[in-house]
Ligand binder design. Sequence first.
Ligand SMILES: [Zn+2]
Length: 313
Amino acid sequence: MTPVSLPRMRIHRTTARGALLLSLFLALSLAVVSASRAVNEPNDPPGNGKKSIIFPVIGAATTFDDWGDPRGQGRHAGNDILTTWRSPAVAAEDGTIRLWTTSSRAGCMLYIYGASGTTYLYIHLNNDLTAKRDNRGTCVPGVAYARGLKTGSRVKAGQIIGYNGDSGDAEGNYHLHFEVHPNDGVDVNPRPYLNAARRLLFPVQSVARPVTVGLKGTVVAAGGGVVELSVTSFRVWPGGKWVTIPARLMELAVPVESVVDESLVDLVRSPTRRTLSSRSATKVVAFTIPAEATLAVASGEPGALSVDRIRPG
Ligand SMILES: [Zn+2]
């Protein structure tokens, strides 16, 4: 793979005035989220295969159609994805990492030289040690980048590579500036890639280690060996905590050996699948059988997770 020949001007620039305009722009954009131009997304379907990448941010993320916009001293070469502080940035595809720590505008950034030949840029990763935007962190693993990551590291699609923040000229606006360069060439609009991307609930793990997932939500359908939930929060063990998410449909297998609370047996053990009206919504908590955190599991593909226990929640 050739090192990307990224002209520095390709990174979008934000002067102080630009930062103000960006803030204003982001604030206005947030105001129209409900008017649906900006997409605040639960569950975009996996893409058409050709352009299906892993969505580069885990958790709350709002995207904008801002590629090509005039910004400061140049054209905006990526899409800005509004994030929360320190949310995980994950690899869009399998590839090799280059850390880049010396750009005052990009702040803490990295490249993924993807196995497909496409290069991805992740700009404005975290440089704060506290939520007070202290800028006291440096572009190092554990602050900006995933622990253990270095230039030359190989990563798997969906693996955590960094933490989102506001380094460089993004100060004050937590967002990931994400660029897509097919064939390691000029940037293209990331939007079709992001719209078709697979969204993960949690990062894929770099080493095989089984995880248990807790899911809270309402039953949308059940029976015939599955239960479909509208999930509004989840937790991963070991090590996680409960995270609230935009409602997301997930279908879990219900093996015969799973423990179903007696109040749910008629519903969940029904021999045929039944869809519930929203009025009869039954709130539940489900815990899954330990499974390796593969892409299928991390994105909650139908049947990838199986119920170990389910009870009213
Ligand atoms: Zn940007």
